[in-house]
Design a protein around this ligand. Structure first.
Ligand SMILES: [Zn+2]
Length: 308
């Protein structure tokens, strides 16, 4: 097992990132950095109140910055470099199509969409063309932002979320897209509260994250150093709750991932389709000991299969 380099500055987390509770239980001591890569020693704990699973200790803000700069393969296997260019390794049409399908009931021609963490721009370009919408994208990586802008002619804000909130506070959108983005934020309630302020009345927020409750998920999606939070349906429910949001749709066919549409609580109020904590998913993570055992079994079966 690998260890996190000493050059990465770490901090211990004293309060649950979602509910501020101070009692946690350790549930896992390994995770990945590269998709399907060799495991690293890292600790994930579970909050004994809201069942949020989080990395503890975790890299500090500087630690993450250092990490992204030195070790992180920015798109983690989705693409490779050839000279100056970027070449995709896999077909992303299934992913981009899935985002459009989830948003379809809520988007009309000409709507304004903001894609946070848009990467190389495939999903943003697809949403723009599919809905004939006005799409903007935020992408902190200069290389990826450049690719999105040059190849797809997208309007890209090449900056991180914090900088965007300081420089573009006046903007409003009909939809905001966060596809495998929220789990990278150490303070998800703050982040979502900020994102909420960018929604027009009745606007929607699309979120997809890995589901920490799914033991059948591929080994490549086990606990991840770049995911300070590993969401389960129950911790997602509380995160939305504290950020003043409500889930109004969940993709029941998604395995190993949690794909949802949420709205501001005041916009979602009178609707029949608000998802309660129970409807969003079984809060199985409250059985900490069982949860840990399930992870260990799932992990060892995967390793055994890999070795066989
Ligand atoms: Zn908590």
């Amino acid at each position: 097992m690998k260890t996190i380099p000493e050059t990465i500055e770490m901090e211990s987390v004293k309060q649950c990132p979602i509910c501020a509770h101070t009692t946690f239980s350790k549930i896992a001591d390994k995770g990945i950095v590269e998709k399907a890569g060799e495991p690293y020693a890292m600790t994930n704990v579970i909050c004994t109140r809201c069942s949020c699973v989080f990395l503890n200790p975790r890299p500090t803000e500087n630690g993450y910055a250092e990490f992204y700069k030195t070790l992180y393969v920015s798109d983690r296997g989705e693409s490779t470099r050839e000279g100056e260019g970027i070449v995709m390794n896999k077909d992303t049409s299934k992913k981009t199509g899935s985002i459009a399908l989830a948003l379809e009931p809520h988007i009309k021609k000409g709507d304004r969409i903001l894609v946070i963490g848009g990467g190389l721009g495939m999903a943003s370009a697809h949403l723009r063309d599919y809905f004939e919408a006005h799409v903007e994208m935020i992408e902190p990586s200069q290389e990826q932002a450049g690719h999105a802008s040059n190849k797809y002619n997208l309007e890209v804000h090449n900056m991180d979320w914090e900088t965007f909130t300081k420089t573009h506070s006046e903007k409003k959108y009909d939809a905001i897209v966060m596809h495998h983005v929220l789990e990278h934020f150490p303070h998800p309630v703050t982040m979502l509260t900020e994102a909420r302020s960018y929604l027009k009345t009745n606007g929607v927020l699309y979120i997809e994250v890995p589901d920490a409750n799914d033991y059948k998920k591929p080994k490549a999606h086990f606990f991840d150093l770049l995911h300070p939070i590993s969401f389960s349906p129950s911790s997602m429910f509380w995160t939305l709750h504290y950020a003043g949001l409500k889930a109004i749709w969940k993709n029941e066919n998604k395995k190993t991932r949690l794909q949802i549409i949420v709205q501001k609580a005041e916009d979602a109020q009178d609707k029949q389709n608000i998802l309660s904590a129970k409807k969003l998913g079984t809060p199985i993570t409250v059985c900490y000991g069982l949860y840990r055992t399930m992870w260990e079994i799932a992990y060892n079966i995967k390793n055994f299969k890999k070795a066989a």
